[in-house]
Design a protein around this ligand. Sequence first.
Ligand code: APR
Length: 230
Amino acid sequence: MKKKLVVLSGAGVSAESGVATFRDAGGLWEGHNVMEVASPEGFRKNPELVLDFYNKRRRQLFEVSPNKAHTTIAGMEDTFDVTVITQNVDDLHERAGSTKVLHLHGELVKARCTQCETAVIDWKGDITIGTLHPKTGKQLRPHIVWFGEAVPAITQAMEIVKQADCLIVIGTSLQVYPAAGLVDYVKPDTPIYYIDPNPAQIPKLCNPLEVIAMKGSVGMEVVKKKMLLK
Ligand code: APR
């Protein structure tokens, strides 16, 4: 029976693929007003602006590839039962070979009906005003969890973290809840590794915690070696 490894990832895991993070210098939130491009109110006020913001990010997906951090995580499936819980909306974990990926904040390569949120479809093209859901006939929107919207996958994520034999947190500033609160759901003796070149403070935990202040591609190799030695 393989040990259960849970990886909680954020934008930093995709940084070395050339995908901008949100809160680093030059990050996405530096150039945009979050509430204008990533909230239901913003979509109501200026749907073209919001759709264009996600069209640009979706188009970029076809120009970037998984980096060493993604592939090392995927490769850990040889030895561990790995579940990736990601805040990212890109598909780089999947393209690197990870087979169990739970997206907390949605997926750029999916879209959904504006009237029926369960009507989710694969979608790789642009979405503009007038791009309609093929079944419901209503306007499509990005399948993204915007600020102020519920995170439907969080309950499932909590249950997964509770079962973890080891938790790796990688490339997240741990500023956005409920995702950041997942670290509180590990069993008290579950070791936590936190990989981030500029690590945030992890709230006081009784768990064994090792902070690897490195980029994801290098830090994942360090953690993999440590875990394989155990
Ligand atoms: N390797 C690993 N981590 C990195 C790298 C790298 N090469 N480069 C930057 N980082 C780290 C930064 O130090 C930072 O801690 O990645 C983290 C990125 O933090 P954020 O930009 O805040 O991204 P994230 O934590 O994923 O944001 C969470 O906020 O805006 C919302 O929905 C959005 O899912 C996102 C959520």
